[in-house]
Design a protein around this ligand. Structure first.
Ligand code: AGP
Length: 604
């Protein structure tokens, strides 16, 4: 996710902006920039890579009087991590920084280009500054032009805009992406995407709400709500601990990342569903032409999302889909046929085994696609096409939000392929799309669920092992739940197809064997339930996760009733993620940095 800072006052604005961006580095970025307006003079500095590169470019720049500045760290979603794509973006006399995704940017861009506007970046953000200057030509009043600009934007944005036409105000707007505005007794005003950059500068801050917009000057924060009514500006105090602020109040990055899944999945979907159809601007309309098979390679959690997606590709797109563990695929002398689309899935884009399989497919002349969370990573640079998951940086070694966003991208990809193959009815496609759009709400963590899992975790601190069991897409989810548990609690766990337990593993059944049973009501419920009963009949300790009460379970975790198994999938995903985390907390483990593990396995 991008980071935004802003400052208005008479201090050294360059240092305040860059120090503020440093406090936002934890959000992950691949380029950065600042713009400063002092006495009608604009100064602009941008650099790819780390902030030290930006500091080097701005090292001789100083301000000596009142000025206004905006700064940005960019996590690429539209357009490669280049200096041209770095923010701030500039019009003729206006600079802007933006965090979020403008869903209708292509339509706006087309109109502006027809008006003769020349774009220098590939970003969605650049349309905002040119749209603003177009409005300014007719409306004349800078703030009114800003208001008019906002009315045309669809999607998510946290915006700061400075313009020569108004050299004492910073305009701001917030919808769908975080933004905080702060003030102190010296009349200085500050902006940031999260608390950390504001600590030590502001007496009070206002956490802006969706639809809020306005401007700041030395006198005040002038704030309007989405109905254009002026709002009183209530200021609250800031946390004092910066590390805690980086975790945004959560105890661990893993917890923060579980809680932000609803937001990042909304970003993953943004701009990719139009008129009840899936659209990926990253893929040519002919991308799937001549493809009769899909082969997916990945490792760890990414392998689990791949495996789950194979059910969706075959079910909806009717395309043969196979999934392989990358480290196995590398040495099995695989059959690689030209009509196969070779897909690799990777959060980091650097996993050695997965990268090597991609090289094998390229060498064999296959069309390749990477689904990845890090733009400009090795796999993104190598594959024929790439789709970014837009999860923002994932700090915790145990992957959570990357998995959730991979699942949503793969589900959309299966539907896109189904659309093109006409292998799905309009009604079914509409139902799938409507269900996809419900996923962000499904991912909002309910306090009562988290509290229940905190209590329940005390019962699962020992035992001679766990089985996570499920059928269909819930088998890969069982694998993922088992991996989460292993990774951060160091307790042994296996994910298993529930129908397979009777072929051997049931010999382990006894009260010390904990079975976490994934019991969706919208997919093979009765079949799975009978598998669970085989275990409970042999005195295995059962923890059932279902929307339907199940009396044979020793523990029962209720999820929301829904009409689609994929909503149950995401609901249960939250449960297995939080359960593992709470068990690890009780065991006193390092949740974010478990022993023996690395976030990106760049060695064989
Ligand atoms: C997941 O929790 C683990 N950290 C690990 O299995 C990870 O998924 C695997 O190493 C693959 O990483 P990648 O997605 O970056 O390729």
């Amino acid at each position: 996710m991008c980071g935004i800072v802003g400052y208005l006052g008479s201090k050294n604005v360059k240092n305040i902006l860059i120090d503020g961006l440093k406090e936002l580095e934890y959000r992950g970025y691949d380029s950065a920039g600042i713009a400063v307006l002092e006495n009608e003079n604009f100064s602009l500095f941008k650099a790819t890579g780390k902030l030290v590169n930006l500091e080097a470019k701005a090292k001789d720049f100083e301000t000596s009087s009142f000025s206004m500045g905006i700064g940005h760290t960019r996590w690429a979603t539209h357009g490669k991590p280049t200096e041209l794509n770095a923010h701030p973006h500039v019009g003729v006399q206006t600079y802007i920084v933006h965090n979020g995704i403008i869903e209708n940017y292509q339509e706006i861009k087309k109109e502006l280009q027809e008006d003769g506007v020349t774009f220098i970046s590939q970003t969605d953000t650049e349309v905002i500054v040119h749209l603003y200057e177009k409005k300014l030509k007719t409306i004349k009043d800078p703030f009114e032009a800003f208001k008019a600009t906002l009315t045309e934007l669809e999607g998510a944005y946290a915006l700061l805009l400075i313009t020569k036409g108004e050299n004492s105000k910073i305009f701001f707007a917030k919808y769908g992406s975080p933004m905080i505005v702060g003030a102190n007794e010296n009349g200085e005003k500050f902006f940031a995407s999260s608390d950390a950059p504001l600590i030590g500068h502001c007496e009070g801050v206002n956490y802006l709400n969706d639809g809020d917009y306005g401007y700041v000057d030395s006198d005040a924060i002038t704030l309007y709500n989405k109905d254009h009514h002026k709002k009183d500006v209530s200021l609250s105090s800031l946390p004092t601990n910066k590390l805690s602020a980086q975790k945004e109040g959560f105890s661990f990055f893993m917890e923060k990342e579980i809680y932000e899944q609803h937001d990042v999945v909304a970003d993953t979907l943004r701009g990719r569903i139009k008129n009840e159809k899936v659209v990926f601007e990253e893929l040519a309309d002919t991308f799937f032409d001549d493809i009769n098979e899909i082969k997916i390679c990945a490792c760890g959690t990414s392998y689990h999302s791949a495996l789950a997606s194979s059910y969706l590709f075959e079910r909806y797109a009717k395309v043969r889909t196979s999934v392989e563990i990358a480290s196995e695929f590398r040495y099995k002398e695989p059959l690689l046929l030209k009509d196969t689309l070779f897909v690799v899935i990777s959060q980091s884009g650097e996993t050695a085994d997965t990268l090597e399989t991609l090289k094998m497919a390229k060498a064999a002349g296959l069309k390749t696609l990477v689904i990845c969370n890090v733009d400009n990573s090795s796999m993104v640079r190598l594959a024929d096409a790439s789709i970014l998951t837009r999860a923002g940086i994932e700090k915790s070694v145990a992957s959570t939000k990357a998995f959730a966003t991979q699942m949503v991208v793969l589900w959309m990809l299966a539907l896109l392929n189904a659309q093109q193959r006409n292998s799905i009815s309009k009604e079914e496609l509409s139902k799938q799309i409507k269900t996809l759009l419900k996923v962000p709400a499904t991912l909002v963590v309910k306090d009562e669920l988290h509290e229940k899992l905190k209590r329940l975790s005390k019962r699962y601190l020992h035992g001679h092992g766990f089985f996570f069991i499920g059928r269909d897409v819930f088998f890969p989810l069982a694998l993922e739940g088992a991996l989460k548990l292993k990774e951060i609690t160091y307790l042994h766990a296996e994910g298993y197809p529930s129908g397979e337990m009777k072929h051997g593993p049931i010999a382990l059944a006894d009260p010390e064997l904990f079975t976490i049973a994934l019991l969706p009501t919208n997919r093979l419920y009765e079949k799975t339930k009978s598998n669970v009963e085989e275990l409970s009949a042999r005195d295995s300790t059962i923890c059932a996760i279902s929307s339907r009460e199940y009396d044979k379970a020793d523990d029962f975790i209720k999820i929301e009733q829904s009409d689609h198994y994929m909503l149950e999938f995401f609901d249960m995903m939250i449960v297995v993620q939080l359960l593992s985390m709470e068990i690890a907390v009780r065991l006193g483990n390092d949740v974010d940095m478990p022993r023996n593990l690395a976030k990106s396995v760049t060695v064989e």
